[in-house]
Structures are given as structure tokens and as C-alpha cells.
Design a protein around this ligand. Structure first.
Ligand code: G3P
Ligand code: MG
Length: 244
């Protein structure tokens, strides 16, 4: 699996509402070839793109997303919170997002972001949807999660999709964690990453993709250490500054 150096985070989260179809289109406009999105389940087990457990920050709704049906979540406005120009933007299903990604010619990293207690179920639905929808010939999306139980399910049900282990800080047993789910990528938070950890992970044959990097100078430093790619809310800016 080859990933580009700059991956649009939640689409292109600074310029367009995160985890929306508009965000995917904005990432494409900015020149990104890959985007990252967060996937979770509604109360009636539809996979949607949403980052938080709560609806409050990024929609006109309130309360836990896991308590609402797809129909209820679809009625919400997921754009106005960022800017009035995005009024009426909806929370997309993973299915809609996949169709949009294919139409745009983008690949993606699907981060499984389960609501508490739904780690295995969420992974099951996400992977079944991707197996059903992703074109057989196309390069497969990268599947990641902070929830190890979700990665175990992804590994078991859909081993053909490459996997990444998300961590806030590289743990001493990182290699066992990657190995346990057949992972090929480690996703550490850039603020805790060090040149030494980067070197060790790379030396063991894994890719390092770090989140979330919006400053050009920091991205340059991470690439100098050997980091393979970064997630960014401003992919166009980094692509331009780095000539990537
Ligand atoms: O997958 C990279 C990054 O998205 C992980 O953190 O909280 O932005 O989903 P978060
Ligand atoms: Mg994410």
C-alpha cells in the first residue's frame, strides 16, 4: 500500500464541514489524493460519518449519536456550525461517501470510531459495507482505529483491507499491537512522536502516518525524521508549501 504524503483530515476540515460529502469535494479541489473519515453507527445500525460521540459540536442536534436513527440524524444540519454558506449540508452515510470518493477518484482511510460499547458491532458494519461497496479492482482503503477490538474484527472479517493502529503515544508494545491485527501502519499523534520512535518503527518495516499536522514546518520536520505521511486539516496548503 502506498499512501501520498498529505492526507486530508476528515475531508479538508478547516475549509469545509468535517466528515461530509462537501468536505470530500473540498479535499479534491485542494489536490488531495487521499482523505481520512470517521465512521460510527446510528441507533438503527447504519454507518455514518461523524467524529464525536455527541451530535452537538458538528450538527444542529444534541445528545449521543448512538441514540438516534439514521432518519433523525439525516434531518440535522451538519454545515451551519462551520459557516452559514454550508447550511443544509447533511451527515452522510458511509455508502454515500464511498460513491462520492469513487466519483472523485479519491482513496481513503476509514477510521472506525465506535461509540463506547459498540466497538465490535461498528467494525462489523463498517467492514461489511466496504466489502459490498468498494470496487474490487480499486486500491483498498486503509482501516484504522484507536479501538483495538474494532481492529480485531476488521482483521478477522475483512483481512484484504490494510490496517493501521492509532495511538496517542507510541507504546512499548507497539509491534505486538500491530502484529496482533496484521497492521502495516502505525498512526501516532505527532506531538508525542520522536525521531527515535519513527526510526524504530520504520526499521521494523511499518509505515508511520501521523496526525494532525497543519503547520508546514512541522510536516517538514516529521518527513525529515522518516514519517511517511501526515493527516492535515489544510491539505492544499501543505501540498503547495511542500511541493508534494
Ligand atoms: O486518524 C487520524 C486522526 O483522525 C485521529 O484522531 O480524533 O481526529 O479522529 P481524530
Ligand atoms: Mg479521525
Amino acid at each position: 500500500m502506498r499512501v501520498p504524503r498529505i492526507i486530508g483530515h476528515r475531508g479538508a476540515a478547516q475549509a469545509a464541514p468535517e466528515n461530509t460529502l462537501e468536505g470530500l469535494r473540498e479535499a479534491k479541489r485542494q489536490g488531495a489524493a487521499w482523505v481520512e473519515v470517521d465512521a460510527k453507527l446510528t441507533a438503527d445500525n447504519h454507518v455514518i460519518l461523524l467524529h464525536d460521540d455527541l451530535l452537538d459540536r458538528t450538527t444542529s442536534g444534541q445528545g449521543a449519536a448512538a441514540q438516534f436513527t439514521l432518519e433523525q440524524i439525516r434531518a440535522l444540519d451538519a454545515g451551519s456550525w462551520l459557516a452559514p454558506a454550508f447550511a443544509g449540508v447533511r451527515v452522510p452515510t458511509l455508502e454515500e461517501a464511498v460513491h462520492e470518493l469513487i466519483a472523485l477518484g479519491l482513496n481513503c482511510n476509514v477510521e472506525i470510531k465506535p461509540c463506547p460499547g459498540r466497538e465490535q458491532l461498528t467494525a462489523e458494519f463498517v467492514m461489511r459495507e466496504l466489502q459490498r461497496l468498494w470496487p474490487a479492482q480499486a486500491e483498498k482503503p486503509l482501516i484504522s482505529s484507536f479501538a483495538y477490538a474494532s481492529l480485531e474484527v476488521a482483521h478477522r472479517l475483512a483481512p484484504e483491507f490494510p490496517r493501521a493502529v492509532l495511538v496517542e503515544e507510541v507504546p512499548a508494545d507497539w509491534q505486538a499491537l500491530c502484529g496482533g491485527v496484521g497492521g502495516v501502519v502505525l498512526n501516532p499523534w505527532h506531538k508525542t512522536l520522536t525521531p527515535e520512535w519513527t526510526k524504530a518503527v520504520k526499521k521494523a518495516g511499518y509505515q508511520v502516518i501521523s496526525y494532525t499536522v497543519n503547520e508546514t514546518a512541522r510536516a517538514r520536520e516529521l518527513f525529515d525524521w522518516g514519517v511517511d505521511a501526515v493527516f492535515s486539516d489544510v491539505p492544499g496548503q501543505l501540498l503547495k508549501d511542500l511541493g508534494a
